[in-house]
Design a protein around this ligand. Structure first.
Ligand code: MF3
Ligand code: CO
Length: 252
């Protein structure tokens, strides 16, 4: 399958999908306080998505049991919301969510501080976020995909943090996961040339310690092998003839 190029009409729907997801994540971010359970966040997420006449794309995806992934501290991604997982002061928590609006997917993630966090945790969150913006400096027509990957990895490693190797970003559109795969690390292939109309979910996952991860017994939750903290930041973007457009613009 080739990488899909979205028409102007499809792009309009992707924009709306992304705008809704940004709102959902902004609402949920306000709930992130000591004392709330990760299941409470999922419940509110499901309500919000429904209120926008959207479908939660993660629910039942390969059997995933919730509308959102909530990953705390050493959990990298795909944390399953549970009643007994109560957020506490000093935690960092990533919210990763996807919606479908009129057949079009958007996908985004934010890592948020719970109360007062350590300086290192704060730096990890900031570097992860900034690495996305370093990457998308190359998200322009004519550049090869690997330039994005390379910029993300170099930025992250310059702070002594590491990039997770076992999970990657992806194209997105009528499906949550489309071609191409978007690694956040350097590979031998330079990858496809970017074209206007491509929509991509770019999502660096950054560990404070080593990059190795393993899957917990629930077969979903990915955690750092060395127990170090991990952060995740993701947006769905559109390649244009100029600067990339953030379809899941934060804070909206
Ligand atoms: N946001 C994840 C991704 O980009 C999807 C989560 S997998 C799910 O691939 F099962 F939770 F949906
Ligand atoms: Co994704």
């Amino acid at each position: 399958m080739a990488i899909s190029i979205k028409s102007e009409k499809e792009i309009e729907l992707m924009r709306e999908s992304g705008r809704i997801l940004s709102n959902v994540l902004a609402e949920l971010t306000k709930l992130v306080q000591p004392g709330i359970s990760t299941l409470d966040i999922d419940k509110r997420c499901a309500q919000l998505i429904k209120s926008y006449d959207c479908i939660p794309s993660f629910l039942n995806y390969n059997g995933y049991p919730a509308s959102i992934c909530v990953s705390v501290n050493q959990e990298v991604v795909h944390g399953i919301p549970i009643k007994d997982r109560i957020l506490k002061n000093g935690d960092i928590v990533s919210l990763d969510c996807g919606v479908i609006y009129q057949g079009f997917h958007s996908d985004a993630a934010r890592t948020i501080a719970v109360g007062e966090i350590t300086k290192e945790a704060k730096q990890l969150i900031e570097v992860t976020e900034q690495s996305f913006y370093e990457g998308i400096k190359f998200a322009k027509v004519g550049h090869h995909l690997h330039e994005i990957s390379e910029a993300i990895q170099k930025y992250v490693e310059s702070f002594g943090f590491s990039i997770v190797r076992d999970l990657v970003g992806h194209g997105i559109g009528r499906n949550l996961h489309e071609e191409p795969q978007i690694p956040n690390f350097i590979q031998k292939r330079r990858g496809p040339k970017l074209e206007a109309g491509m929509t991509l979910a770019i999502e660096p996952m950054v560990n404070a310690g080593r990059y190795d991860v393993y899957w917990e017994d629930d077969d979903w939750t990915v955690v750092t092998e060395d127990g170090s903290l991990s952060a995740h930041y993701e947006n769905t973007i559109l390649i244009t003839d100029g600067e990339p457009e953030l379809l899941t613009k934060p804070g909206e």
